[in-house]
Design a protein around this ligand. Structure first.
Ligand SMILES: Nc1nc2c(c(=O)[nH]1)N[C@@H](CN(C=O)c1ccc(C(=O)N[C@@H](CCC(=O)O)C(=O)O)cc1)CN2
Ligand SMILES: [Mg+2]
Length: 285
């Protein structure tokens, strides 16, 4: 079998068109959504992601504001900015690019963001609502994965999803989102013994660990759907957590790196920003 490659770039563009329509509706009410991005330090990968978020906003006509702070910035300095942004009527969404320098508490900063402006869906209130299946923000990368799975037409109810990785950004929330879709979810992580015995059971395998080529064809069931969230630089080349060449011969569907889940993350962020602006400012028909 040769897997169908799920083109995240193309799907992100298609979703982008729908977001544009929502933005045009807001424009007729004189509303331009605003997104504030905070970047602390000079991590090159974070610089790229933040630049891409800003460019995506520009393309869409979303107002974006970048707040750059040096690595030496204090937690209080960051919190002062968050408080200002919480009160700024032109800003609908606030995100703090992660990771933060080690001397700053990520938890403290995220809790300071107004839940109504938390477009990353990292605030405990929004995480709780997401787990309960209540209407509200959905976390960007997990939501992007869900959109990809729906796009290929897979029935999620009753499927065995194995998530490898338990990060707050991807692993934990993606499992919860899929549980809400009635999938049977197994979480694996760095302490899991005999990882392969779990991954081989997966109808849908989601790998978000950050270890190049962790998953090879021997770890995958014939005909599985494999979603690779990994992003690793090996010899100056970006590769995922899944050994693409071997797994593509075994899986039914496979996401590439780059060009898979990554582009969906930014599109779902734009969707959350439009959602925040609509909720805060739009007059509903
Ligand atoms: N506040 C947040 N911090 C981080 C998040 C997040 O969702 N919110 N996720 C990641 C980084 N990230 C977005 O911030 C992100 C990572 C990768 C991509 C992407 O499009 N990747 C491309 C490749 C880009 C490259 O060449 O390096 C792809 O996969 O095709 C988008 C967003 C951690 N921090
Ligand atoms: Mg920290």
């Amino acid at each position: 079998m040769s897997a169908t490659i799920i083109d995240g770039k193309q799907l992100a563009q298609k979703k982008g068109e729908m977001i544009k329509t929502a933005l045009e509706r807001l424009k007729t009410q004189g509303i331009t959504p605003g997104l504030a991005v905070m970047l602390v330090g000079e991590d090159p990968a974070s610089e790229t992601y933040v630049r891409n978020k800003q460019r995506a906003c520009e393309r869409m006509g979303i107002h974006s504001r970048l707040i750059r702070l040096p690595t030496t910035a204090t937690e209080q300095h960051l919190l002062d900015h968050v408080v200002q942004l919480n009160e700024d009527p032109h800003i609908d969404g606030i995100l703090v690019q992660l990771p933060l320098p080690v001397h700053i508490s990520t938890e403290t900063v995220i809790r300071a963001i107004s839940p109504e402006k938390d477009v990353d869906c990292f605030h405990p209130l929004n995480v709780g609502k997401m787990i309960l299946g209540e209407t509200g923000f959905l976390p960007c990368t997990p939501h992007g994965i869900l959109v990809m799975l729906k796009e290929i037409g897979v029935t999620l109810s009753g499927k065995h999803v194995v998530v490898v990785g338990r990060s707050h950004i991807v692993g934990k929330p993606v499992g919860q989102l899929l549980l809400n879709e009635d999938a049977t979810v197994t979480y694996c992580h760095s302490r899991t013994e005999n990882l392969s015995s779990f991954t081989k059971q997966a109808d849908i395998l989601i790998v978000a660990v950050g270890r190049a080529n962790l998953i090879t064809e021997a770890d995958v069931k014939e005909g599985a759907i494999v979603i690779d969230v990994g992003m690793n630089r090996v010899n100056n080349k970006l590769v995922g957590d899944v050994e693409f060449a071997s797994v593509r011969d075994k899986a039914a569907f496979l996401t590439p790196v780059p060009g898979g889940v990554g582009p969906m993350t930014i599109t779902m962020l734009l969707e959350n920003t439009v959602y925040a602006a609509t909720k805060a400012r739009a007059v509903m028909a």
